[in-house]
Design a binder for this molecule. Structure first.
Ligand code: TRP
Length: 450
């Protein structure tokens, strides 16, 4: 699929790039996190706010990141350094690199859970339960098992590093071409099964019917944070992917595709989970265990359940892998470009840092479950700090930088290379200069003054 004909490399095809960027966006955020935060934050009303965040904040920032990357052909630190040398704006790039390390440290823990569930589907140990309660207990025991979680954390990280060290793009572009459509097909099958369970409609109602009394500042903040997380925004991952693009591509339409694919998959996953949750008489506010305790019980009662379970957790692991790679690549690219390290050295050092940072997150459901600070475990804190603070802040500063410092005309010039017309330039300019930064600022300030 992908031929790297110079040292940096370049996407082979337009569709390859779109699928790879979608591969970064579509991951645990869509399949594992989205359903459980919808469950915890009141269902339909949350979904609606999330969609608004995607449109007026996610879309403009993704286009800004792609454009910054393609213009500079560099990692985030290098990109801001090139456009605004020696200024504080370079800090956005450093924030991104740090966020990448932090996110990957807990992402690899959950990625490890998905690997474990492939193995446990093969050995059938996860499919012995008739009720989600029992499956939930099994899951709880597993994530509290120190040796097992650390082993799978290391395994998942090792898989990602293995791909990154060999050069990401050939692998990602090729894998995403096959795996993303497969994921879609499996999800549709699961959705049909889920929707035909008795009592499924209660779940559909919870998921789609917006009850506005459930909306408060916290809910809006979580929706906004998740828009950043799900679209891989606010830390330069999309910027880095954009830096491997040629000048012929239409950045605005590529952005539209990636945003559409990511949102469609998230919405579809909700249609799998909530009908099943309600049909099984469960509470939707289950927290991080939602997907791991509900789906195995659903699979157990399906024809070819073992097979479907293996496939599902394999695809979940692969979706997580293509996202994890993009997180690591940002940090690795920084060490290669800015520090002059070799790729191998960068991968080893970055991998070691992430593994160590991830240990307390891995143990947050067992050994360190009671080691809470302000009612949250280490895992909760890293997730909260990155998704709800670092990514929105990074995104807001990126918006201000592209809208006001680099400037809308410069962005337009970059996008309109090779006779491409940027029809939405005026709307985009308005959103990125005013709406996006203001919306993010309001949400962040509301949190501080709460
Ligand atoms: N978007 C991915 C998901 O939904 C996670 C991810 C990959 C990410 N790269 C990122 C999140 C960069 C924030 C920033 O699972």
């Amino acid at each position: 699929m992908n031929v790297n004909n110079n040292s940096r490399g370049i996407w082979k095809s337009r569709m390859g790039f779109i699928l790879a960027a979608s591969g970064s966006a579509i991951g645990l955020g869509n399949v594992w996190k989205f359903p459980y935060i919808v469950g915890e934050n009141g269902g339909g009303a949350f979904v609606l706010i999330y969609l608004v965040c995607i449109l007026i904040i996610g879309f403009p920032i993704m286009l800004a990141e792609f454009t910054l990357g393609r213009k500079t052909q560099l990692n985030p630190v290098g990109a801001f350094q090139k456009l605004a040398p020696g200024t504080a704006w370079v800090g956005i790039g450093y924030m991104g690199v740090i966020a990448g390390l932090l996110i990957m440290s807990f992402y690899a823990v959950v990625g490890g859970w998905t690997l474990a569930y492939i193995v446990k589907s093969v050995t059938h140990s996860v499919l012995e339960f008739q009720t989600p309660q029992q499956a939930g207990e099994f899951f709880g025991d597993f994530i509290g098992n120190t040796q097992e979680v650390l082993f799978y954390h290391a395994m998942f990280l090792a898989l990602c590093l293995f791909i990154v060290v060999r050069g990401v793009r050939g692998g990602i572009e090729k894998a995403c071409d096959i795996l993303m459509p497969t994921l879609l097909v499996i999800l549709v099958i699961l959705m049909i099964r889920s929707l035909t369970l008795p009592g499924a409609m209660e779940g559909v109602k919870f998921y789609l019917y917006p009850d506005f009394s459930k909306i408060n500042g916290q809910v809006v903040m979580v929706a906004l944070g998740h828009a950043f997380f799900s679209l891989s925004l606010g830390m330069g991952a999309m910027l880095t992917y954009g830096s491997y693009l040629s000048e012929k591509e239409n950045l605005a339409s590529a952005t539209a595709y990636v945003v559409f694919f990511d949102t469609m998959i998230a919405l579809l996953v909700g249609m799998v989970i909530f009908p099943a949750v309600f049909a099984m008489g469960l509470e939707p506010a289950q927290g991080p265990g939602l997907v791991f305790s509900v789906l195995p019980a659903v699979f157990t009662n399906l024809p070819f359940g073992t097979f479907i379970s293996i496939i599902f957790f394999t695809l979940l692991a692969i979706a997580a892998l293509t996202s994890g790679i993009s997180l690591i690549e940002v940090v690795v690219a920084y060490f290669i470009d800015q520090r002059g390290w070799g790729r191998k050295k960068a991968v080893v050092v970055v991998g070691a840092i992430i593994f160590i940072l991830g240990i307390p997150s891995a143990l947050s459901f067992g050994l360190l479950a009671d080691a809470k600070f302000m009612e949250m475990t280490f895992f909760d804190h890293v997730d909260n700090i990155t998704s709800n603070y670092l990514l929105p802040l990074g995104g807001m500063l990126t918006a201000i930088f592209t809208g006001w410092i680099w400037g809308v005309p410069a962005v337009r010039n970059e996008i309109e290379k090779y006779k491409i017309r940027f029809h939405g330039a005026a709307i985009w300019g308005f959103l990125i200069r005013y709406i996006t930064p203001l919306a993010v600022a309001c949400v962040l300030l509301a949190k501080f003054f709460k």
